[in-house]
Design a protein around this ligand. Structure first.
Ligand code: FES
Length: 203
């Protein structure tokens, strides 16, 4: 009987080893999955400190060149990595300095620069620039904003949100995309700008 006992123990041992192996594999797979989920979640929640959205972003060109290019192209500077547009604004317009002077740059030339979040405050679509009307026009439900991002129509509850800007010692524009400034209310409209041509979005 001794040989048969040995054989039964061997089969039992193998079966236990297989169960242990399967259990360890399952634990390993679950651990790896949770670790990946944790990394992805932390990556989502943790601000990007290396120059993308959520960081202090220094634009590559000097601020005076950014302003000149916006004027020349008659279009804002789009900076997708920061999810923003840079627009010019005029501090000498009635009410403009009171509305925007605290948070947005004025260059030594007297011209202002302002950074607008490209996300529509209605339901979050990215709002493109419409070259013909010289407004921002949201293709999702038709909200429209003048070239300073002030609300002009549609279901959005306010104008485009903004980020504070400053100039660094080298004269580069720095945009703080970690700080969101709520856009102006529907009635806070400083820029008197009619559409300058056909709309891109007719909703
Ligand atoms: S998301 Fe822009 S109008 Fe609705």
């Amino acid at each position: 009987m001794a040989p048969s006992t040995t054989s039964s123990e061997t089969v039992g041992d193998r079966s236990v080893r297989r169960r242990d192996f399967l259990r360890l594999s399952l634990l390993g797979a679950t651990g790896t999955g949770l670790a990946s989920f944790g990394v992805a979640t932390i990556g989502f929640l943790w601000p990007n400190l290396r120059g993308g959205f959520g960081a202090q972003i220094t634009l590559p060109s000097p601020a005076a060149e950014v302003a000149a290019s916006i004027r020349q192209e008659r279009a804002p500077l789009a900076y997708p990595a920061g999810r923003l547009y840079v627009v010019t604004w005029d501090p000498a317009s009635p009410g403009a300095d009171d509305a925007y002077g605290d948070d947005h740059v004025v260059l030594p030339s007297g011209e202002g620069l302002m950074a607008l979040y490209h996300k529509c405050p209605h339901l979050g679509c990215r709002v493109p620039w419409c070259q013909s009307s010289q407004w921002f026009e949201c293709p999702c439900h038709g909200s429209k904003y003048n070239r300073w991002g002030e609300w002009m129509g549609g279901p959005a509850p306010r104008g485009l949100d903004r980020f504070p800007t400053r100039l660094d010692d080298a004269g580069q524009l720095v945009v703080d995309t970690a700080t969101l400034l709520t856009g102006p209310s529907r009635t806070e409209r400083v820029l008197q700008q009619e559409p300058e041509g056909p709309h891109c979005v007719d909703l």
